[in-house]
Design a protein around this ligand. Structure first.
Ligand code: SAH
Ligand code: SF4
Ligand code: F3S
Length: 484
């Protein structure tokens, strides 16, 4: 079933979530003495964090490598979202043991959400691990590495209320040179009952907009043409000098609160040729002001990842999501009203949550039918230790039923993805070219504003350019066309 989930991710052609099992650092040789190999699992936030880690360590004399055998330092930046995610990392550590046997001085570190969740327990359970660092401890990595160099094990899983790494310029790993992520906030203050993120990432905090704009400008100057603003709940982005910088308040600065809508606008104004995307929007928090801001700026993309999780209000309440089915559908109506039929909408869905009945599962299918998602990421419920659901609700849907329900929603989404793709056939779209098509070097691929992947013959164009493409046909996953 897990294979199916990855299939649908690929089928959807959506890059707003991870479809590959992991991403590895690229080779970068600037003559440094030691080499870092870093693998990232989980969400875009984690990939973005790996770029911060690479930046911090570059200053300490580390180049990155794509080969474990060449590395002095092997880092796994891990995810705890489902049991399967943790199992993958444990298998990977097992595999790395072989490399360490051949090169005993190699340092093995576990970073990210699994490090935060398990802390020193990881050192006890996985003997190969020398270093454990949580998501807010990356500035401490040089000290932790020095401790391991001295023969000790090193752990820092302190969660901060302030850390945003705002001043760290990420080293772009696996970059296509056209699209990049910018973290605008960290942590999460929602307490969705199934979710481990508030425990692994700590309290929500927003990054200084000045550093976000500076990063966007820098990327544009380096040739990037699209940025994706990242946060677990971007709609609760909030910055005021008074709250975030007490020293300035004392100088009686004019108090101004910057919301996500303001921030979007500020990034959009960096350059009209810089596309702006964002993820994730929360159905309880997304405002009309955000939708109108998207409508006002051509370069803010018409695509919203709006995870529903379930189509049934009782289940949504048990999930502690803070909205009902009706509220969710009203938000979708508003998106259609302000941004039109062609605005891309995607979702995450969980099947087989605690006590979900057949009827309630059917509500998820009917919700999908009404919204007509362009893509969806679908999972069966995986109980996570320490979460509200693990403490209060029984994980009482059998694996067989969870899998069958998951297969049903995947089938439904396949039909919807195809149906939605047909809507775009015969129309012309502005496409940002991201590189060669995965299938053929004679073709290019890029996306339109609604995040649809479009493949077309190269002609004399290359990545980073905008072209107008007429869509002539489609599959469930991609649109196929030609430059006009
Ligand atoms: N902040 C985002 C989600 C981050 S986690 C949001 O609020 O939508 C990404 C997705 O993983 C979630 O949307 C959810 O669908 C899924 N997920 C989270 N915890 C899960 C669990 N315990 N079991 C199965 N799927 C889970
Ligand atoms: Fe998890 Fe909910 Fe926060 Fe998303 S909003 S990260 S699902 S707690
Ligand atoms: Fe992301 Fe996984 Fe952590 S989804 S926030 S890496 S638990």
């Amino acid at each position: 079933m897990e294979k199916l989930i990855e299939d649908i991710g690929l089928l959807s052609g959506n890059e707003s979530e991870v479809t590959e099992p992991f991403k590895v650092s690229a080779d970068e040789n600037t003559g440094k003495t030691r080499k870092l190999y870093i693998e990232s699992y989980g969400c875009q936030m984690n990939f973005s964090d790996s770029e911060i880690v690479a930046s911090i360590l570059q200053k300490e004399g580390f180049d990155t490598t794509s080969r474990i055998e060449d590395a002095d330092l092997v880092f796994l930046n891990t995810c705890s979202i489902r049991e399967k995610a943790e199992k993958t990392v444990r298998d990977r550590l097992h595999h790395i043991r072989g490399f360490k046997k051949k090169k005993p001085e190699m340092i093995v570190g576990v970073l990210g959400c699994m490090a935060e969740r398990l802390k020193t327990q990881l050192l006890e359970e996985e003997k190969i691990v020398d270093l454990v660092a949580g998501p807010d401890a990356y500035r401490d990595l040089p000290t932790l590495i020095a401790r391991v160099d001295d023969g000790d094990k090193a752990v820092n899983t302190f969660l901060s209320r302030e850390e945003t790494y705002g001043d760290v310029t990420p080293v772009r790993l696996n970059s296509n040179g056209v699209t990049a992520f910018i973290s605008i906030m960290r942590g999460c203050d929602n307490m969705c009952s199934f979710c481990v993120v508030p425990f692994t990432r700590g309290r929500e905090r927003s990054r200084d907009p000045k550093s976000i704009i500076a990063e966007a400008k820098d990327l544009f100057e380096k040739g990037f043409r699209e940025v994706t603003l990242l946060g677990q709940n971007v709609d609760s982005y909030k910055w005021s000098e008074a709250e975030n910088n007490k020293a300035r308040l004392e100088k009686n600065q004019i108090e101004e609160v910057i919301t996500f809508a303001h921030l979007l606008e500020m990034v959009a104004l960096v350059n009209l040729d810089l596309r702006v995307r964002f993820s994730t929007s929360h159905p309880k928090d997304i405002t009309d002001e955000v939708l109108r801001t998207i409508a006002r700026h051509e370069n803010i993309c018409n695509y919203i990842h709006l995870p529903a999780q379930s189509g049934n209000s009782r289940i949504l309440e048990l999930m502690n999501r803070g909205y009902t089915r009706e509220w969710y559908l009203q938000r979708v109506d508003k998106i259609r009203e302000i941004l039109g039929e062609e605005c891309g909408i995607s979702s995450d869905m969980i099947t087989g949550f605690c006590s979900e009945t057949e009827e309630e599962h059917k509500d998820t299918l009917t919700l999908m039918n009404i919204v007509k998602y362009d893509y969806a990421y679908m999972f069966f419920y995986s109980e996570r230790p320490g979460t509200l659901a693990a403490k209060k609700l029984a994980d009482d849907i059998s694996p067989d039923v969870k899998s069958r329900r998951l297969a049903e929603i995947i089938k439904k989404q396949r039909e919807l993805s195809y149906e939605r793709n047909l809507l775009y056939v015969g129309k012309v779209f502005k496409v940002l070219i991201e590189g060669n098509s995965k299938r053929s070097d004679d073709d290019l691929q890029g996306r339109n504003t609604a995040n649809k992947v479009i493949i077309f013959p190269k002609e004399n164009k290359s990545k980073g350019e905008y072209v107008n493409v007429l869509v002539e046909s489609c599959t469930g996953g991609t649109l196929i066309g030609r430059i006009v």
